[in-house]
Ligand binder design. Structure first.
Ligand code: HPA
Length: 278
């Protein structure tokens, strides 16, 4: 099983490759989800590193995921921005898919903003909305912490009662209010994909308390929380989930609505980067 092969040496080698090349120590890391890479244009004095050049880094194969890391200044705050992520549906084990969270921990990153495209289960949401994730549900697939225990990810049985930092969530809510951006809030439910859910699965998700569903973010949030990185996460609602208001999700709709929300999302992330002081 591949997860047994991820050792601290591998995290350290990737972290060293990055820290030898970047000009700033990042205060905030950002992971940009499907079709949400526009933020990278606003990064000043950026060093760009391709995932394929970083030792042991998983390669992003999903369409609309660039597969490059940027380190530079966003509104004068040193940031590390991952343009594209990897998903388990690309064939990675969950622990391999979150490799870069271990690397962020090695780099000493304290704040992590995760973004994704998601389908709305909550009928009060609409495509184009941005949702702050308050908590998550993950009932499928193994944990990103499966495998030999690694102290980098805290105790063997880490507590998950506040995966999404109240402090960072409050900061981003203030940023949204200042920018006059409507920010919904809700619970995100993880599905492994790559197929979209069935209407019956979405009805079950609604009963369980999900407001939105998607195929990412939760593995990274679990690993980040375990590594004592403060997490805040935003979903761009790109479609109504399967069967909700008759919806049949498809990639074209997801991409179009991700693009539609991208400018708002970028402004929100810039404001957040400016507001996070450590
Ligand atoms: N389901 C799962 N993942 C998604 C969806 C969805 O409806 N929309 C965007 N990503």
């Amino acid at each position: 099983m591949s997860e047994y092969h991820i050792t601290n040496d591998k995290y350290a080698a990737a972290a060293k490759y990055i820290s030898d090349r970047i000009k700033y120590i990042p205060t905030v890391a950002v992971v940009l989800g499907s079709g949400l890479s526009g933020l990278t244009c606003g990064i000043k004095n950026a060093v760009k590193l391709k995932y394929s050049d970083i030792p042991f880094f998983p390669k992003s194969t999903a369409p609309t995921h660039e597969g490059a890391l940027y380190c530079g200044l966003l509104c004068n705050t040193p940031v590390l921005v991952m343009s594209g992520r990897v998903h388990c549906y690309e064939g990675y084990s969950m622990s391999d898919a979150v490799f870069y969270i271990g690397v962020m921990a090695k780099l000493g990153i304290k704040n992590l903003l995760l973004t994704n495209a998601a389908g709305a289960v909550n009928k009060d949401f609409a495509p184009g909305d941005i949702m702050l994730i308050t908590d998550h549900i993950k009932l499928v697939a193994e944990s990103p912490l499966t495998g030999a225990h690694n102290d980098l990810f805290g105790p063997r049985f880490p507590c998950m009662t506040e995966v999404y930092s109240k402090e960072l969530s409050q900061i981003i809510k203030c940023c949204a209010a200042d920018l006059d951006i409507c920010l919904k809030e809700g619970v995100y439910m993880y599905f492994a994909g790559p197929q979209y859910e069935t209407p019956a699965e979405i009805r079950a998700a609604a009963v369980l308390g999900a407001d939105a569903v998607g195929m990412s973010t939760v593995p990274e949030a679990i690993a980040g929380c375990a590594a004592e990185i403060k997490i805040v996460a935003l979903s761009v609602i790109t479609n109504m989930a399967a069967g909700i208001l008759g919806s049949a999700p498809n990639e074209a709709e997801v991409s179009a609505n991700a693009k539609f929300a991208e400018t708002r999302l970028s402004r929100l992330i810039e404001s957040f980067a400016k507001s996070v002081s450590n």
